[in-house]
Design a protein around this ligand. Structure first.
Ligand SMILES: [Zn+2]
Length: 266
């Protein structure tokens, strides 16, 4: 069994401030180690469920966060950004039995994590067919395009609730609960134990319900914090100004949503 793991940092147990997620800040040393610990715990859970290969996409910021020498010998690691629109899911293909997510965080416009955002801090809210979208929304639809179910997610309680609503049957582990600019969190050791157990359970059960239906038509509205970003985005082919601070983009092909986000937001 091959398993794909997309790893972010803003839903790692204990995290509460951008300094802790920023490679060049002295606070980062502790938190990229904690991020790595959660990834290793997920690998161990997958191994216990029968995975013989785990492909890990380092999916935060520079995509150079995980401490490589701590990863198990059955893992492959994808670092950096190729430029492919699959972004945080780059490297996934139909051969994988499941996609799992660690360190995931609440969406832009949510108060469930002080570090809530979707793709970039420049987006106020991302709407897909009228509903606020998270990175998980985009990534679970990307996985569905390959016929791959989304089996497990760990991160803040907000993204866990969103995951359960979108993907009935997904196993989640809430590492932290945000409150304004703060959060209450499990200890890292407890979070790692829950992740190990949760991934094993997730990959040992039926995952058929965890491939979301891909709509026939998508309307995406990207609301920015700054009108200058909306002006710039309005020049992407097919994008239209949507008020002074947003653009709208319509397509029948979800991959075109991914391509538009790749070029408009990143
Ligand atoms: Zn991130």
């Amino acid at each position: 069994m091959k398993v794909f793991l997309s790893a972010d940092i803003e839903g790692t147990a204990g995290i509460v401030h951008w300094d802790e997620a920023t490679r060049t800040h002295s606070d980062y040393a502790e938190f990229h180690a904690l991020m790595t610990g959660e990834v290793v715990a997920a690998c161990e859970g997958a191994r216990a469920a029968g995975a013989d290969e785990i492909v890990i996409k380092d999916a935060h910021s520079s995509a150079r966060n995980l401490i490589l020498d701590r990863l198990p010998d059955y893992a492959r690691i994808i670092r950096g950004w190729s430029g492919h629109p699959d972004l945080m899911m780059y490297g996934l293909d139909p051969d994988f039995a499941a996609a799992i997510y660690t360190g995931y965080h609440a969406k832009a416009g949510s108060d469930a994590n002080p570090l809530a955002h979707t793709l970039t801090g420049r987006i106020n809210r991302l709407l897909l067919n009228g509903e606020m979208a998270s990175e998980l929304t985009l990534n679970a639809l990307c996985a569905a395009g390959y016929g791959v179910p989304s089996a497990f997610l760990s991160g803040d309680a907000g993204i866990c609730a969103d995951a359960e609503a979108m993907l009935p049957g997904i196993v989640t582990v809430a590492t932290l609960e945000g409150a304004g600019y703060g959060a209450s969190s499990h200890s890292p050791e407890r979070a790692r134990a829950m992740i190990r157990e949760g991934v094993e359970r997730a990959l040992s059960k039926d995952m058929a319900g965890q491939i979301p239906t891909i709509a026939d038509r998508f309307e995406m509205i990207i609301e920015f914090n700054n009108p200058s970003d909306a002006y710039k985005a309005s020049w992407y082919p097919g994008a239209k100004a949507h008020g002074p601070c947003a653009v709208a983009f319509e397509t029948t092909d979800f991959f075109e949503i991914q391509r538009a986000l790749r070029f408009i937001c990143l």
